[in-house]
Ligand binder design. Structure first.
Ligand code: HEM
Length: 498
């Protein structure tokens, strides 16, 4: 292809593959180097597509607001159809009804319904955590990633998809745990194949991923879901909408696998990094514990069931935990925002510079360029738990580049039409996870000197997982163990001996 007048610089690449190899080996380095050479906007060929990258954060709004010429939905739906195997929601037969389905995200994940969802999550988190907590104060060992995945996956799954009879009959003590372990394993197998699937490899060629996805779909068939209790409004309303669209049963179940993936794939590593960085920093741990103690201690004194209840106001008031989560996301999220040009048009950047874009080309933003920019965040690769707090300990949202205040300074959840509808719930559930684990447990990383890095192999696809797991030691925390809890433990022990 030849650069046309008005178009951004075309980055030279190899025949057929363009710059794919350079990009894939390290997207951040490639984009930084190319920006230095070609300026704030440039076009390059990656995996058979032309991408126009806009790298100046002040111009992000120009892209995000351009929904007339830049489409997200068609691209996203055909991508997810290829990966999850659901119906073609871009087809005129479904597109109108799918608009309604899309509206359900905001109606059930935000505003007043968020309170109920967060309460259910907190309750499920406590059930799952208590089950694994030994009555004695002995240390247990487990990988931190495996610990986080186990707890967050099960609690998140139960919150969205409800509980089966086994779980309800045993009060969550045993019940569906085996099945949940299998679901978690299937989820992780499928998720590990995601970079290959995103790169265009058909799932039929990755037998393990195919089997895992189909096994998850079997658990989420409507006949199975109808047996479950306490299903979230989000899933109930999606079930109803898909029934009315007359999709086939497997197709409906695969859309639920897609929802399961959206709700877990970023949340699990984000929860991991939030806890990991907290445990590695004495300052962060102390500040987090002080905040948690001040919110939780009063209520437990007057609370018979020893269950923790956190209102939305209390969750919102936890500014230290929020800053920890934001900082963990800044360091680990590497999502790419992609839009498809629906016609030839001209993009006007913040500087007044224009860039002609061809129909069918991708326009992309790569927020990690901002997240790791030393001008915006001094010592950008360092974890600073209070980076998002001001001098008074309140939320900080003033960040600058070249002396100008930035609107987009942290974008782990995307922006504009594709902004994550689950972002408030995600932050709530990670706060709850941190609050409960730090309140209930003493936690230590066994090898505190080893530093973990995010695994770049998933760059562009969301929050990066750790390159490997680290060993965690944990035990019940004595100062949060109340008398009645000890009595309960002792009784459970006696029952077991009998
Ligand atoms: C830390 C956790 C999370 C992160 C970092 C995250 C990030 C994102 C991002 C970047 C997107 C946009 C993708 C794009 O532009 O292509 C997105 C979309 C989405 N997310 Fe999240 N997400 C998180 C948790 C959740 C949770 C907990 C839910 C639901 C319970 C959820 C539901 C969704 C859905 C349904 C979409 C698609 C929206 C659409 O099609 O318009 N996410 N998420």
């Amino acid at each position: 292809r030849k650069r046309r007048s008005g178009e951004p610089p075309l980055v030279p690449g190899w025949p057929f593959i363009g710059v794919t190899l350079d990009y894939v080996s390290n997207p951040l380095r490639f984009l930084r180097d190319t920006q230095k050479k070609h300026g704030d906007v440039f076009t390059c060929a990656i995996a058979g597509k032309y991408f126009t990258f806009v790298t100046d954060p002040f111009s992000f709004s120009a892209v995000v607001r351009q929904s007339k010429h830049l489409d997200f939905q068609k691209f996203a739906l055909s991508f997810s159809r290829r990966v999850f195997g659901h119906a073609d929601f871009n087809h005129p037969l479904f597109s109108e009804s799918y608009r309604e389905v899309h509206g359900i995200f905001r109606q059930t994940l935000q505003g007043p319904p968020l309170q109920q969802l967060a309460e259910t999550m907190l309750c499920n988190l406590q059930t799952v955590l208590e089950r694994g907590l030994p009555c004695e104060h002995d240390w247990l060992e487990e990988g931190l990633q495996s610990f986080t995945n186990r707890i967050m996956f099960e609690a998140g799954f139960l919150t969205l998809f409800g509980k089966d009879a086994g779980f309800l009959q045993s009060g969550g003590v045993s019940g569906s745990r085996i099945c949940m372990q299998k679901a978690e394993q299937d989820f992780l197998v499928f998720d590990r194949a995601f970079p290959l699937l995103a790169a265009g490899l058909p799932i039929s060629l990755i037998a393990q991923a195919w089997r895992a996805r189909e096994a998850l779909a079997e658990e989420l068939l409507h006949d199975e879901l109808h047996q479950r209790k306490c299903i979230s409004d989000l899933i109930l309303r999606r079930m109803d909408a898909f029934d009315r669209m007359h999709l086939d049963e497997t197709g409906k179940a695969r859309t639920h696998v897609c929802m399961l993936w959206a709700s877990q794939a970023n949340t699990l590593p984000a929860a991991f990094w939030s806890l990991y960085y907290t445990l590695r920093s004495v300052e962060a741990l102390t500040a987090a514990r002080t905040e948690i103690d001040s919110v939780l201690s009063d209520q437990l004194l007057n609370n018979q069931d020893q269950r923790i209840h956190l209102s939305r106001e209390q969750l919102d008031s936890m500014a230290v935990l929020e800053s920890i989560i934001q900082e963990a996301l800044r360091l680990s999220s590497a999502s790419m925002m992609i839009r498809v040009a629906s016609d030839d048009f001209t993009l006007t950047l913040d500087s007044g510079q224009t860039a002609a874009v061809r129909k069918g080309d991708y326009v992309a933003l790569y927020p990690q360029l901002i997240h790791l920019d030393p001008e915006i965040y001094p010592d950008p690769t360092e974890f600073k738990y209070d980076r998002f707090l001001d001098e008074r300990g309140q939320r900080k949202s003033h960040f600058f580049k070249s002396g100008r205040r930035l609107k987009h300074f942290l974008m782990p959840f995307g922006s504009g039409v594709s902004e994550c509808p689950g972002r408030f719930f995600a932050v709530h559930e990670i706060k709850q996870f941190l609050a409960l684990t730090l309140w209930r447990y003493d936690l230590q990383l066994c090898d505190a000197d080893v530093t973990l890095d995010p695994d770049d192999g998933r760059a562009g696809l969301g929050v990066l997982p750790p390159s490997r797991d680290v060993l965690l030691r944990y035990r019940r925390r004595t100062n949060s163990t109340t008398d009645s809890e000890s009595v309960r433990c002792k009784k459970e022990h006696e029952d077991l001996s009998l």
